[in-house]
Write a protein that binds this ligand. Structure first.
Ligand code: URP
Ligand code: ZN
Ligand code: ZN
Length: 470
């Protein structure tokens, strides 16, 4: 068993910031203390650096099929990019085929990840039809470590399920210990607005945002929480929350003492509707759902993060290339030139989350370093049933550790990023803070800007029920 001693750094957890050494034995953290000695151990000098639990991104879409194409990162390229950015665990969404079983979808995603992932991964399940058979299968999946299920209130005819189906699934997770993750946008209203815009020849990318108003997100979020309340006050987690109107609903239900949770993503904190007004077809880079909002929503979301009405920052990493043929990718965003409704929805971000949140959050004085870790690692691990194996620096936890240089600066760019996509939504943005050494289960996988791990070393993480004290 190899041993590694990290010396001289400042440990940051969700609870504390303190100077101490960390001894790793094999895959686990063995000891934390000052002046640790370990003869024969590999040494990592972390002087002047932060020693943090690896980032946990609980919302990614590697190779997601969407609108006739697939998200351009696979489990190899996407998890390698995650590692470069200081993220050591992802939870990706497997998609139930129409009429297919959940087990088949889980197995398909395991095949996608197996032999490729370089960091550990869990799976959620996107459920598209909620029959009695599928409800029974949900119980099995929870027991087998796929303990969360995404439902859509948008994309009629593709992913959307009705209120009755949502209610049944909520009741079931209340019984089996799983968690419903909700894409909350009113798909019926959006569909009408999209058809109207297209009939009026409004085809540019910005119309994606203009046909998905924030009120459609607010309405669906409130309805989802009401359904969870009627289902017996079961926990509900809203994914990729973008709008103040939706946040207001989360706050309302939390204030009523209900187990209401939500994540937001860096794109909603750092980008805005203005990006859709970039010239030509450039707005397609930001076509995602929910869309980017007017700038004023950003400050509301920051308040939500500060007051714990938002508990998690994930990425919704779902990249599609702008240029046809980039690294062998066929037409992707280009599919929607001349019809915004055909632009594949999603944008890259798995690599840039930790740095954006450190720079725009901690360095900017909006959140503390501990809150940064809580939002990007500890609470995701808790809500998604991986804590304390993941999400903290503690004796017995997996040695998923990032040595973070708080003084280093980096310029985010498609020229230097590792995600398999030909643009970076934050192109040219200078940020302070960088992952300099990344360990996953005790093994150094990123060092001096080089990937030194092995393809396929990432393991499937069986997740449990959510820990919901937050
Ligand atoms: O636009 C997005 N968010 N694409 C990925 C699918 C989803 O709804 O999360
Ligand atoms: Zn979604
Ligand atoms: Zn998503």
């Amino acid at each position: 068993m190899s041993r590694t001693l990290i010396t001289g750094g400042t440990i940051v957890t969700a609870a504390d910031t303190y100077a101490a050494d960390v001894l790793i034995d094999g895959e686990k953290i063995a000891q934390i203390g000052t002046g640790l000695q370990a003869g024969g151990a590999k040494k990592i000098d972390a002087s002047g650096k932060l020693v943090i639990p690896g980032g946990i991104d609980v919302h990614t879409h590697m190779e997601l099929p969407f609108g006739g194409t697939f998200a351009s990162d696979d489990f190899e390229t996407g998890t390698r990019a995650a590692a470069f950015g200081g993220t050591t665990t992802i939870v990706d969404f497997a998609v139930q085929a129409m009429g297919g079983t959940l087990a088949a979808a889980r197995d398909e995603w395991m095949r996608k990840a197996d032999g490729k992932a370089v960091v550990d991964y869990g799976l959620h399940m996107i459920v598209r039809d909620v029959s009695d058979k599928i409800l029974r299968e949900m119980d099995t999946l929870v027991r087998e470590g796929v303990s969360s299920f995404k439902l859509f209130m948008a994309y009629p005819g593709v992913f959307m399920v009705d209120d009755g189906a949502i209610f049944k699934a909520l009741v079931r997770t209340g019984e089996n210990g799983g968690l419903i993750c909700m894409h909350a946008e009113n798909g019926g209203v959006i569909d009408v607005l999209v058809k109207k815009a297209l009939a009026e020849k409004k085809t540019a990318p910005k119309w994606h945002a203009l046909t998905r108003p924030p009120e459609a997100e607010g309405e669906a979020t409130g309805r989802a929480f009401r359904l969870a309340e009627m289902a017996g006050g079961v926990p509900l987690y809203i994914v990729h929350l973008s709008a103040a109107q939706a946040l207001e609903q989360v706050r309302l239900f939390r204030d009523r003492g209900l187990p209401a949770y939500a994540e937001t993503c860096p794109q909603y904190l750092f980008l805005s509707y203005d990006n859709y007004e970039e010239p030509g077809f450039a707005g397609a880079k930001y076509v995602m759902s929910p869309p980017l909002r007017e700038k004023w929503h950003q400050e509301e979301l920051w308040k939500g993060l500060q007051r714990n009405d938002l508990q998690v920052v994930s990425t919704d990493h779902c990249p599609f290339c702008m240029k046809e043929g980039f690294q062998g990718q066929p037409k992707q965003k280009e599919l929607g030139r001349g019809d915004f409704s055909k632009i594949p929805n999603g944008a890259p971000g798995v690599e840039t989350r930790m740095a954006l949140m450190f720079d725009g959050g901690v360095v900017a004085g909006r959140i503390t370093a501990s809150r940064w870790i809580e939002l990007c690692s500890t609470t995701p691990a808790k809500i998604m049933g991986m804590f304390p194996r993941k999400g903290t620096i503690a004796v017995g936890s997996d040695a998923d550790i990032v040595i973070w240089d708080p003084k280093a600066t980096q310029t985010l760019s498609a020229k230097t990023h590792h995600m398999r996509v030909d643009y970076n939504p934050y192109e040219g943005r200078k940020v302070k803070g960088k992952a300099v050494t990344v360990l996953s289960r005790g093994e150094v996988i990123v060092e001096k800007d080089r990937f030194v791990g092995k393809k396929g070393r990432g393991k499937f993480i069986k997740r449990g029920s959510p820990i919901l004290q937050t």
